[in-house]
Design a protein around this ligand. Structure first.
Ligand SMILES: Nc1ncnc2c1ncn2[C@@H]1O[C@H](COP(=O)(O)OP(=O)(O)OP(=O)(O)O)[C@@H](O)[C@H]1O
Ligand SMILES: [Mg+2]
Length: 579
């Protein structure tokens, strides 16, 4: 900390230095003027300066006008340079709020971000960072406050954003990040807004696939997803079963049932894969514990697994029916023929192929209303894409040549991949950029447990905390991460002889929890690994010139969704009255 004495010394030094610099430039300018007119130049010395101050004309007697012009130009140039330099220094090295200065987050500024992007993306090899358009410089975060300089994370980072409802998750994060995605894009949402906003632009760069079993966007089904293909390996089958079993897992429930249901589903999915059967068959096998066909298939190909599954279900009839009941509840989303159709082979529609998708510039929208059994399907499909992306990354010397962005809006409700926290940093290293968007930290804890959410939060190299954080503990944690600074506080004390004012320095949090809670709408805190906490101004798509096309394309798509919703309603009404 600087004391008053230090400040006085520093002030004195600046004054003396400034006066010396001014004298030197004045002489240099005058000398240049004299030289230009071919006259004599007075020698540079303190005496000359003294004489110049006393009587200019005696020093520059033969070139009065030229020397004055020269000195004025030189002094002005120095003043302009100093003002520019101070503004530059203030912009880079000072932040009145004590949050990160621009210099401290320089890795995210355009020049650095562009350099990182050229390293990570095959298509940008050889491109000069300076020539990169903004959208290719990485994942848009917002503008550094107060400097206003754009900050971007890289496609090697992993992101978690926590913001209250209506805080700008879709408009300022999901939509811009998706809109600028350089490669494949996976997007989950419980609303059609992000789909409507980005579908038009994404359709221009590749195919757009919509997986919408609950009719969030009311669109006609154009693809089917091969769930059974995920059971090609035992691990794949286990992962597939886990997404469904996740539906019946809770901290209160006895883990025996979910484990047994998981084993059963793993066995059935493997049997289906060997048999070339469909999910419909799996559902049929599930409805009848006496059906031995799947076990026979398993014994033929994988006797060890078959024995394990056999022994977990070949028990007292009551327990067995309990296991089957649990497995049926886990798979309950597929009771609905309309939902089942999305995962059943259909020769009139294309099969969504995660492997082709991983290295394409296509888009997959996974929409689902809040939670519920059908969110297991979203998790299963998203996981298949992650697996395909990771494997494709391994085939391309560790990373996908063009990063795949996975914008998981409402992830805690509709994309509850149980081990997403563990997958997190692995995805980042394979060229998949996960961007999980949550409404609160507690929401993440409900989905992945305290340990899971903590590990995802720590694995995220870029964390964004938006406005409206009402969780006191979380706000307290963020507050302590913003660090402390010293502030001068004055106090006034009254005594017989009058009052006296004294000043003292106090250590305070840069932002206390109440200030974090009351942050201005449209701003967020950015916690980037290895940098102090920065404040950023979010950049909603509707305020971006480069994204002006989103408005009309979103309106058109939303109008089409409304039209389809009205059409579906009319059809339902007609069917009802015809019965
Ligand atoms: N085109 C637009 N022009 C101006 N403001 C808009 C526009 N679209 C949305 N907004 C406003 O931006 C704010 C943030 O909306 P956004 O949809 O991004 O919130 P969100 O955090 O995704 O909320 P939710 O949790 O409900 O999905 C809202 O106040 C909304 O009214
Ligand atoms: Mg939203």
């Amino acid at each position: 900390m600087m004391t008053d004495n230090d400040r006085a010394w520093a002030g004195g030094a600046i004054l003396v230095g400034g006066a010396a610099a001014l004298a030197a430039t004045t002489w240099a300018g005058a000398a240049a003027g004299a030289l230009a007119t071919g006259e004599d130049v007075a020698p540079a010395s303190p005496l000359t300066v003294y004489r110049m101050v006393n009587d200019w004309s005696t020093v520059w007697s033969q070139s009065q006008t030229a020397s004055i012009v020269g000195a004025t130009v030189a002094d002005l140039a120095v003043v302009v340079f100093l003002v520019w330099g101070m503004r530059w220094a203030f912009r880079w090295f000072r932040n009145p709020s004590s949050l990160a200065t621009l210099h401290q987050v320089r890795e995210l500024t355009p020049k650095h971000a562009a350099r990182t992007a050229t390293r990570l993306r095959a298509s940008l090899k050889g491109v000069k960072p300076k020539e990169l358009p903004a959208r290719d410089r990485g994942v848009l975060l917002g503008d550094h406050m107060p400097s206003g300089v754009e900050l971007r994370g890289s496609d090697e980072d992993t992101y978690v954003a926590i913001m209250a409802p209506r805080a700008g998750k879709s408009t300022s994060l999901a939509i811009p990040v998706a809109e600028e995605a350089p490669g494949a894009l996976l997007m989950t949402s419980n609303k059609a807004d992000v789909y409507a906003a980005t579908k038009g632009s994404r359709a221009k760069v590749g195919t757009t696939f919509l997986f919408d079993t609950q009719g969030v966007a009311q669109a006609e089904r154009e693809v089917w997803v091969d769930l059974v293909a995920q059971a090609e390996t035992l691990e794949g089958a286990e992962r597939l079963a886990s997404h469904f079993v996740n539906q019946i897992t809770s901290e209160q429930a006895d883990p025996f049932w979910s484990q047994a249901a998981g084993d059963l589903l793993t066995g059935l999915y493997r049997a289906a894969w060997w048999e070339g059967a469909t999910v419909r068959e799996v559902m049929r096998w599930l409805s009848d514990p006496k059906e031995k066909a799947p076990l026979r298939v398993l014994y033929q190909h994988e006797p060890v697994l078959a024995e394990q599954v056999d022994s977990s279900i070949n028990i007292a009839e009551e327990t067995q029916s309990g296991i089957y009941q649990n497995a049926r509840t886990a798979m309950s989303a597929l009771r609905d023929e309309k939902v089942l159709a999305w995962v059943t082979p259909d020769k009139h529609r294309a099969r969504f192929d995660p492997e082709t998708f991983a290295t394409s510039t296509d888009t997959l929208y996974l929409l689902s209303k809040k939670g519920g059994p059908s969110s297991a399907l979203v998790a299963a499909v998203a996981d298949a894409v992650f697996t395909a992306g990771t494997e494709a990354g391994e085939r391309h010397s560790a990373r996908l040549p063009e990063p795949m962005r996975a914008v998981l809006d409402e992830a805690a409700n509709i994309c509850k991949i149980a081990d997403l926290p563990d997958l997190y940093s692995h995805l980042g290293s394979r060229g998949i950029t996960p961007f999980v968007i949550l409404q609160s930290y507690r929401q993440g804890v409900r989905a992945w447990g305290e340990v899971g959410m903590d590990s995802m939060w720590s694995a995220a190299t870029k964390k964004l905390v938006g406005v409206g954080i009402d969780d006191a503990k979380f706000a307290q944690d963020i507050s302590s991460l913003t660090g402390a600074h010293y502030v001068e506080r004055g106090s006034y004390s009254k005594s017989k002889d009058g009052g006296s004012r004294s000043w003292s320095e106090q250590r305070e949090q840069v932002l206390d929890p109440a200030e974090i809670r009351a942050m201005r709408k449209g701003t967020a805190l950015l916690m980037s690994t290895g940098m102090p906490v920065a404040q950023i101004a979010l950049r909603p798509w509707y305020a971006e010139k480069a994204m002006a096309h989103i408005g009309p394309q979103m309106r058109d798509e939303e109008a089409a969704i409304t039209k389809r919703a009205v059409g579906a309603y009319e059809l339902r009404k007609a069917t009802r009255s015809g019965r």
